[in-house]
Design a protein around this ligand. Sequence first.
Ligand SMILES: N[C@@H](CCC[C@H](N)C(=O)O)C(=O)O
Length: 288
Amino acid sequence: MKFTKMHGLGNSYIYVDGFREKIPDEECLPDLASEVANPYTGIGSDGLILILPSNVADVRMRVFNSDGSEAKNCGNGLRCVSKYAYEQQHVEQANFSIETFGAIVESQVHLDEEGKVSEVTVDMGVPRLKRKEVPMRGKGGALEAHVIDATEPINGNDYTFTAVSMGNPHAVFFVDNFADAPVESVGPLVEKADLFPEGTNVEFISMKNTSEIDFAVWERGSGVTQACGTGACAAVVAAVLNGEAKKDEAITVHLPGGDLTIHWSSKDDHVWMKGPAVTVCTGTYFPA
Ligand SMILES: N[C@@H](CCC[C@H](N)C(=O)O)C(=O)O
């Protein structure tokens, strides 16, 4: 199976081109994702992404985490899929659409002087804020309410966070001491809490000022990663909802792997993400 390894700020996936390659049977995909992600016996990545033809958009993206679970969205993946689709001429224009699990997003590639895609802007759509949309468990009217700076019990302790869906779920924690953010202790505990029927990605953020955010993440299905594009969008949404940042202002999110520029537009409520996409290598993988 031919593959391309790409990363967005160190959040790396193995990309398989379904326009050219026969994609393995559906039931094999979770195991394949775990296998290719393994740094010792596989290629090494945060998961697997399929680039596929679409009936409703120019390209379709499917994302599998390194534990084999399928995710509904991936911001860094969208930028890498955009670079791949443009450079491999699956699309002809610099602006095109990508089908994700349940949504269609618009992407625009930016070229360097050699005509290669260096950066990509993606319209990440409208954040979903209702408890039932995240999704989070709750009763009656609470399911319609937003979860902003809310304190919820998890495994007998109280945790305060803001919940945002960017097509996938995020629990965003503001931390005072960013260097000591409990990413590896609180991250997995919240990821798998019963409160989140589909699990959640968990972000720890700290405002440097009103236009810069320090960011660390525990990703659902992959653990600590260098970057999470949807997580960075959720962080900006959480910052605005908590009065720490403003809509329509470009916010720089400092992730472990580098910076993303995000803004939440008041015009149409859409969140926009701009950042790099990088090709690491291509090769042939021999499935077990
Ligand atoms: N790294 C991604 C998100 C990948 C999926 C996520 N772990 C989930 O299960 O929702 C990004 O850049 O957004």
